[in-house]
Design a protein around this ligand. Structure first.
Ligand code: KIV
Ligand code: ZN
Length: 427
């Protein structure tokens, strides 16, 4: 790649990703409280859902799905509590295409300022045969019935064709047309089992455009093959203007597309679209969700993992000390993470050690640095992170101490870095 890189590549990462309102808006629909909590061990009580819903509202999500009221009396109460608590975003409740579910969902949404009924039915041949025992015609009839009932109650209806990516394309178009005809204003085409590839998803959305008319097309991708975020971005390329996702990528099986990853990919690599999140809240919402559900965020998780902006390898430390864009494509502060996380360990080099000493107010001569660095490597080889206190002990143990040593020969510029001396957050 030449030095003359386009404005949207990593070379620009020392400044924020552009917060633009150019192009078309992509709505971010969070389903952590519904699809997310359907994963084993992720059940949330009403109070916990309300806490998270408030955090999602502050984050600026366009819509949040509060639950599946027909699933249990507890979830009905939880959806009601969320609907009463949230003011800004749309509050959605899920229902199958049947009167009992729809009535229940509508009851739970009663206190919502901006309610949305979200009705779904499976459309793929596998699901029709083994789950529903229904023909195409019967599925179409249920789509019409469910969307029609929902639209009679609520002005905002979303319809999802479950397992859309494994549905015959011509039948999917018929289903979409029927749902729009009955009043759905959002058409969601889920990759329910995380099976599709990005180029297929892009095509699916392009092909569905005409059938959807003026309805918003929505993506809902699962991560079974690790492609949920890539597939969501492909859907946006294909014309989706709503992406359904979850904080930390929680959700059924391997989870859903991670909201923080979709949001930052759309911002760091914009392609004529924008979204309205306050991304500086991403890390705090991620931590809240982890705390509420008792699930740890893996350290290497993109955007919100403890290591997402941490550098231990000497070559990388040297690079980011000189220019953060060398190894960071998003600014830590833009997602609410701590910038300048230089971790001292066995892979670290002298640049990082000298810079950390400088931050501690210690300047050593070249000879002392060489001696200290040997001792540092010995300590770091034990596999532990070397903390400031360890470094101070090494300084004290130097033959001449650090006082009175002449002009420092190692000088490292760290103007853009806030040296967080090992105060990295750990989720
Ligand atoms: O994955 C899926 O298909 C769903 C639908 C119910 C929207 O979660
Ligand atoms: Zn799902």
């Amino acid at each position: 790649m030449s030095d003359q890189q386009p404005r949207t590549t990593a070379s620009r990462a020392e400044t924020s990703p552009p917060v633009t309102t150019e192009g078309e808006r992509v709505l971010l629909f969070d389903t952590s409280l519904r699809d997310g909590e359907q994963a084993p061990g992720f059940s949330m009580a009403a109070g916990e859902k309300v806490r998270l819903a408030r955090a999602l509202e502050a984050l600026g999500v366009d819509a949040l799905e509060a639950g599946f009221p027909a699933a249990s009396p507890g979830d009905f109460a939880a959806v009601r509590a969320v609907a009463a608590a949230v003011e800004g975003p749309i509050t959605a409740a899920l229902a199958r295409c049947c009167a009992a579910d729809i009535d229940r969902a509508w009851g739970a949404l009663e206190p919502a300022r901006r309610p949305r009924l979200h009705v779904f039915i499976a459309t793929s041949p596998l699901h029709r045969k083994h789950k529903l025992g229904a023909t195409r015609a019967e599925v179409l009839e249920r789509v019409r019935l469910g969307v029609g009932l929902a639209a009679a109650l609520c002005a905002d209806v979303e319809f999802s064709a479950e397992d859309a990516t494994r549905t015959e394309p011509e039948f999917l178009c018929e289903v979409v047309e029927a749902a729009v005809d009955e009043g759905a204003s959002t058409i969601n085409l889920p990759d329910t089992v995380g099976y599709a590839l990005p180029h297929e998803v892009e095509k699916l959305f392009r092909d569905a455009r005409a059938a959807a008319g003026t309805a918003v097309l929505s993506a809902h991708c699962h991560d079974d093959l690790g492609l949920a975020v890539a597939n969501s971005l492909a859907a946006v390329r294909g014309g989706a203007r709503q992406v359904e996702c979850t904080i930390n990528g929680i959700g059924e099986r391997a989870g859903n597309a991670a909201l923080e990853e979709v949001a930052m990919a759309l911002r760091a690599r914009p392609e004529s679209t924008y979204h309205g999140l306050d991304t500086t809240k991403l890390c705090s919402v991620s931590r809240l969700l982890a705390a509420v559900t008792g699930s740890k965020v893996p350290p290497n998780k993109a955007i919100v993992g403890a290591n997402a902006f941490a550098h231990e390898a000497g070559i990388h430390q040297h690079g980011v000390l000189a220019h953060r864009g060398t190894y960071e494509v998003v600014r830590a502060e833009d997602v609410g993470a701590e910038p300048g996380q230089i971790v001292l360990g066995k892979h670290s080099g002298t640049h990082a050690v000298v810079a950390r000493l400088g931050r501690l107010g210690i300047e050593l001569g070249e000879g002392q640095v060489a001696v200290l660095f040997r001792e540092f490597k010995g300590l770091a080889d034990s596999g532990q992170e070397v903390m400031d206190a360890d470094l101070m002990n090494l300084v004290r143990a130097l033959p001449d101490g650090c006082a009175g040593d002449a002009t420092p020969s190692h000088s490292v510029q760290t103007p853009a870095l806030n040296w967080a001396s090992c105060a990295r957050f750990r989720a």
